[in-house]
Design a binder for this molecule. Structure first.
Ligand code: ADP
Ligand code: MG
Length: 640
């Protein structure tokens, strides 16, 4: 058999001018609608989205959605909005027929969700479509049946005021599109997500969703966003959210709720952002959220956000995506900064409530004699004196000695001193046993909060008691956070202490990496990396941050560049510095199994509580978890 190479080749037409012109013709209306449907109606969830948006624009107070078989067999949306008279109902099925904008100028400030006048005709061209609608005062309503874009029936109909749209057998006339649909389950989940988005975006409207005769939810009109989140996701989620409030800039208002630091999801399904009431997905927004969370988010995880941006409509172009999922900002940097700023503020604001969790229960402190003398209670029967006097590695100066050995600071002071200060632990205090006791007796005026340490589990988890039950602190994660914030502070203030290498190293990098280094060289230097250009594509390093112990500096630099490049195009140099610290600090924090002496643990907890973002280590892992008495009771079968 001979292989035919031009099997798929398009036959070449004879290209005379006349011939070419006659090849262009206007598409029939139905075909044009089907083409438009290709963009607007990707899948059943898009139908649901467009229909709900129309209901919202029509002033509905209640929207009931029913889907069958992933919306492929049926989508029905019923609203109690303004309805349409017969003429309008017929017009609504024409392409580019909209009641929402009149002129190009109106596009500058679209106040409705719809404006393209494309959804209804597009949907009707690729399904068996039925619209019934009635205006509140009208004697009769209208029913229109359309099949594959052809109007088959127009007659009186429509019961309650409002509009009902039924879309059956989606893509029945476009088998190729139908093939692209996913399983019914997946399509159903997409629809659910879409309804969740709309329900969060418009909490005053009541919503119900019926899936294959199973009621998934019935949401009454809610008075506040918080109520809607609770009704939809449950009180447990709401309790882990922090309210965003504030006007970061004159032109952008940001409100809503975001997850506390440490709360994250494996998918973006709870990362909701609305711009002027419209759910928007965009790389810019995702990046801004990520940056706002920064060290408070685990790698590969997504934050939980219910964020509402209000921006002057003239500063947002909503007409850039056929399904209106994206927008273009006139000043993307301002939007990004506003988000980052308000997220950071909000996360830090959540700190007070979190610190409260460390408070010792009233009864526990009252039960121990001499509670006025100290804010700390060690249960003698648990942490016996021998325990705390064991020969254990020190946190604080000892760590400084280990990590900063032989390193000097720009001011000439030994680094161990600085780290000692950094960890706010005077060397004399932990080094002598009598001081350990003194520490336990002495009231620490700087720290008003009482907490109760029970002991340490597996040389890693500090067990504490609070009013709710048991608190576990991961001492490694806690120490990483403390060290991270300390180094960051020092980087901001006067640069990180460096250690001269015995021999300067030169190394080559590909042009793109060389570019990257050139652009970021000053921050690298501030980070304690003594790096300079040494010819095209070649660099020389003669010093490294004191807290690093690196055997192959060139290798280390290549790794840092790789890590940081993939960490995103951090625009701010401080952020880049933070990345470097976060990436390196971990190795020098207290090792998971380093046993700590009692006062060291106390110190660790106090230092943690003073951090800006104490909830999680610089990689977003939580520093503390709580096991409530209620949970324990359940586990022990005391309560069902
Ligand atoms: P758009 O929403 O972009 O205007 P659509 O094709 O979605 O375009 O709808 C066309 C028009 O039909 C709308 O402008 C509106 O006037 C009318 N319409 C659609 N759905 C409803 C509804 N549920 N209630 C009242 N009017 C509606
Ligand atoms: Mg619409």
């Amino acid at each position: 058999m001979r292989l035919s190479y031009n099997f798929f080749a398009i036959p070449q037409p004879k290209t005379t001018i006349k011939n070419r012109m006659s090849r262009i013709r206007l598409l029939a209306e139905t075909v044009a609608s089907q083409v438009a449907a290709g963009e607007v109606v990707e899948r059943p969830a898009s139908v649901v989205k467009e229909l709900i948006e129309n209901s919202i624009d029509a002033g509905a107070r209640k929207i009931d959605i029913l889907i069958r078989r992933g919306g492929i067999s049926l989508v029905r949306v019923v609203d109690d909005g303004c309805g349409m008279d017969r003429d309008d109902a017929l017009l609504s099925l024409e392409r580019h027929a909209t009641s929402k904008i009149r002129s190009a100028a109106d596009l500058q400030a679209v106040a409705t969700l719809g404006f393209r006048g494309e959804a209804l005709p597009s949907i009707a061209s690729v399904s068996r479509f039925r619209l019934t609608t009635r205006e509140a005062g009208a004697v009769a309503g209208t029913e229109i049946v359309v099949n594959g874009g052809k109007i088959d029936i127009v007659r009186d109909g429509g019961e309650a005021p409002g509009t009902q749209v039924e879309v059956r057998s989606l893509f029945y006339n476009l088998p190729a599109r139908r093939k692209f649909l996913r399983s019914e389950n997946t399509e159903s989940r997409n629809i659910e997500h879409q309804v969740y988005l709309q329900a969060i975006g418009h909490f005053r409207i009541g919503f119900s969703l019926l899936r294959d005769d199973r009621m998934l939810f019935q949401l009454p009109s809610a008075a506040t966003l918080g109520d809607r989140i609770r009704d939809l996701y449950g009180i447990e989620l709401l309790e882990r959210l922090v309210e965003v409030n504030g006007t970061p800039s004159r032109n952008i208002r940001i409100a809503g709720y975001i997850g506390q630091a440490g709360l994250s999801r494996q998918t973006r399904s709870q990362q909701l952002v609305f711009v002027n009431g419209r759910a928007i997905e965009s790389g810019l927004l995702t990046a801004a959220l990520r940056e706002g969370y920064h060290t408070a988010l685990m790698k590969g995880q997504y934050p939980v956000t219910f964020l509402f941006l209000e921006i002057d409509p003239a500063s947002v172009d909503v007409n850039v995506h056929p399904a209106k999922r994206e927008v273009r900002f006139r000043d993307p940097t301002a939007v990004r900064e506003a988000i980052v700023h308000s997220l950071q503020q909000t996360l830090e604001r959540g700190r007070a409530g979190w610190q409260e969790k460390f408070r010792a229960p009233m009864t526990a402190t009252a039960a121990v004699p001499g509670k006025q003398a100290s804010d700390l209670r060690l249960r003698p029967e648990v942490a016996a004196p021998e325990e705390s006097h064991r020969e254990l590695p020190h946190l604080g100066p000892a760590l400084g000695d280990r990590v900063f050995a032989g390193v000097s600071t720009p001011s000439g002071a030994p680094v161990s001193d600085i780290v000692g200060q950094a960890l706010r632990l005077p060397p004399s205090r932990v080094d002598s046993e009598s001081d350990v006791h003194a520490l336990q007796r002495e009231p620490d005026k700087a720290a008003p909060q009482q907490f109760q340490i029970i002991g340490v589990l597996n040389k890693l988890y500090v067990l504490m008691e609070n009013a709710d039950g048991l608190v576990l602190v991961d001492q490694h994660a806690a120490h990483e956070r403390i060290l991270f914030e300390e180094l960051r502070r020092r980087m901001e203030e006067h640069g990180v202490p460096t250690q001269k290498l015995l021999l300067p190293h030169t190394f080559d990098v590909p042009p793109r990496d060389a570019d990257w280094i050139e652009r970021n060289i000053s921050i690298l230097q501030k980070m304690g990396i003594g790096i300079e250009s040494f010819g095209p594509g070649t660099f020389k390093i003669d010093s490294l941050p004191g807290f690093l112990s690196v055997s192959d500096p060139a290798q280390f630099m290549r790794k840092v560049i790789d890590d940081l490049k993939s960490a995103g195009n951090s625009t701010s140099p401080m952020r880049l510095g933070e990345e470097i610290i976060a990436k390196t600090v971990c190795r020098h924090a207290v090792k998971a199994n380093d046993p700590l002496r009692y006062p060291e643990i106390e110190k660790l907890i106090r230092d943690l509580l003073e951090c800006d973002l104490p909830y999680c280590c610089p990689h977003g892992r939580p520093t503390m978890i709580q096991i409530s008495l209620a949970e324990l009771e359940k586990k022990f079968g005391r309560k069902v």
